[in-house]
Design a protein around this ligand. Sequence first.
Ligand code: AMP
Length: 421
Amino acid sequence: MIQSPRGTKDILPSTINAWQQLEDTFRRVSTLFGYQEIRTPIFENTEVFMRTIGENTDVVGKEMYTFPDKGGDSMTLRPEMTASVARAVVQHNLTATNPLQRLWYVGEFFRYERPQKGRYRQFHQFGAECIGSAAPEADVEVILLVAKLLSDIGLKEFSLEINTLANREVRILYREKLVEYLIEQKSSLSPESQERLDKNPLRVLDSKHPLDRVAIESAPTILEYLDDESALHFATVQNLLTIAGINFTISPRLVRGLDYYSHTVFEFVSTALGAQSALGGGGRYNDMFEEFGGKHTPAVGFAMGIERILMILEQTNPTLYKQNTPDVMMITLENESYPFSQTIAQLLRNDGISTVMDVQGRSLKAQMREADRLGAAITIIIGENERTSGQLTVKNMKTGMQETATQENIIEIVQKMLRLS
Ligand code: AMP
């Protein structure tokens, strides 16, 4: 049997309801904050991600699905969306008409990672980008959007961690200080961190390797080097979050994996998940748009993993997984009654009442069993009698109560019965 590729998942009807409800919530909350949806291609020219995410990051260095297309151009299945959004904003010059772009997205992303629980090769993210403002108010707006979203989907067990990666000058200075410190500790570091030390030293702070713990704990933090601008930006973010009643902790070692961040970075962490506890995160990126030939455009955004959220909701909110059930099942007794049965079904559907029919010519008993299995609230039996007399029997499957209806008042009777059941 051919199976789906390693690290991918079929989303089957048994779970689709949860996906659709989450997507509805993304749409609703984004709209509440004035964000508009953007959809970009699933693959981009490889350069889009190389230029922005950074060659020495895990995402670009190890995890991208990159392939030459038939014309010999290098293409990559998108590993994240921020770079694609920035590319699209510059390409369509969106900021010319409105210098502040509030955009959201949902879709599938691809990273060649070692699959494990909560980590897939094709996964889904929801995210938003506030493009065109350098102000800390924009950072807070994005964080408030995520917090509202998590609370509206009924997720309570999470914490918010924030940090600043300051402006470029501070970051360069801090990087030097950190490298100086880490070089002294080099022999005690894990092999991965020794490698990162040369290529991407900030990422050493991200290491979960036990060998690195002591060195990381006593490493200098960026907070010790902030200049006035960076300190003020970070203080304003904290102040506004406090005023909004959002709890957070400052996590001076939070650097996130990608190269493009400056100033605020943040992560929402689940207290209910094990190893893969990061629900989502984001931060400010001020220097991306020039990479695509655009003008300097400060921006801030976040992305959240949908599979991770569903892993929690599966346990805490099982009703989200309830499958859709039809309102009505037509029970058709013989072939000659099928056209009349179909006419009634169409009448009901046109009024927004979901109605299924037997399409396999099965017995009355088999059709009644099917109605039960599907969880239909009502059955309507159509046989020769009903067809000739025009008198229809409408049965409430829960109470067993029956009512007689005609083609003229069937909708009214079904609607009333649905209201009562
Ligand atoms: P990142 O773009 O790496 O910051 O990822 C943002 C969020 O997407 C993470 O916090 C996860 O919730 C989710 N995510 C990232 N990579 C994966 C993956 N391979 N499988 C499932 N979810 C992922």
